[in-house]
Design a protein around this ligand. Structure first.
Ligand SMILES: [Mg+2]
Length: 254
């Protein structure tokens, strides 16, 4: 059992801490890829998709990558009408987005479109966020005991709330009082944890942070927080370094 006397706030990472890391790589990204064309075709003339597709078009026109240019020429030849108006069709933009995904290149419009596809998937029930088995009971237990719960994840607050709204244990958003993403600072920087403590109105030493990333644990500890290293099945790194490991929240009282 881990003693958490003197703790008033619990700050929790998501991936590798409350939710398997495989969910993002093996479920979310493949889902967005599989729904790309149908989603774009269905929403191309509606905002915000329409504007995002314009951003994709602009990025493609400015893209000097050899494969992107070859793709642009080949789709242009196939789609005479698109060539005439100087633009590309929705399907060819999807092909360009697939190329970006394949090359692991970042484009804000792509990230935003993936987010919209996930939102649609969560809403229609295709996607459910698989939390580790004891997580929801632990969140309720801590919350009932008067602890303030907070999320700190590199996914946007919007994405965090989608995930907890559609979890394998139902909608758990009400259990969290605070939500933080990298807008408050990078997860490897001690200053981010000081900002978070201040935003929660808590002294850093009264906050317990749990994460599976050593660099995050180190940053939180430098900021004065208490830290536990999350060691869950499927995590890429399970060596806790100098930190006390936790494999299961049921051992964390109250
Ligand atoms: Mg993590």
């Amino acid at each position: 059992m881990t003693d958490i006397n003197g703790i008033s706030h619990l700050l929790l990472d998501i991936e590798g801490t409350t939710c398997p890391v495989s969910f993002v790589a093996q479920t979310l990204f493949p889902y967005a890829a599989s729904r790309l064309e149908p989603f774009l075709l269905e929403h191309a003339d509606q905002e915000p998709v329409q504007s995002l597709l314009q951003d994709v078009e602009d990025a493609w026109q400015a893209d000097s990558d050899a494969q992107a240019m070859v793709l642009r020429r080949s789709t242009g030849q196939l789609q005479q009408s698109a060539v005439e108006d100087g633009g590309s069709t929705v399907v060819s933009k999807a092909a360009y987005l697939r190329l970006l995904i394949e090359q692991d290149r970042k484009l804000t419009a792509l990230k935003d479109l993936q987010g919209l596809i996930w939102e649609a998937g969560y809403t229609n029930g295709d996607l459910v966020a698989p939390l580790f088995a004891e997580v929801s009971a632990a969140l309720r237990r801590w919350s009932s005991a008067g602890l303030e719960l907070a999320v700190y994840s590199s996914g946007s607050v919007w994405a965090q709330q989608l995930l907890y709204a559609h979890s394998s244990s139902g909608d758990l958003r009400h259990l969290f009082k605070h939500w933080f993403d990298t807008r408050i600072g990078a997860k490897q920087k001690p200053a981010s944890y000081l900002n978070i403590a201040e935003a929660m109105g808590a002294a850093a030493e009264k906050v317990l942070f749990i994460s599976d990333a050593l660099a995050e644990c180190e940053a939180a500890q430098s900021a004065g927080m208490r830290v536990l290293f999350s060691s869950r099945p499927g995590n890429p790194g399970r060596d806790p370094g100098p930190f006390e490991p936790i494999e299961d929240f049921s051992t964390l009282l109250p």
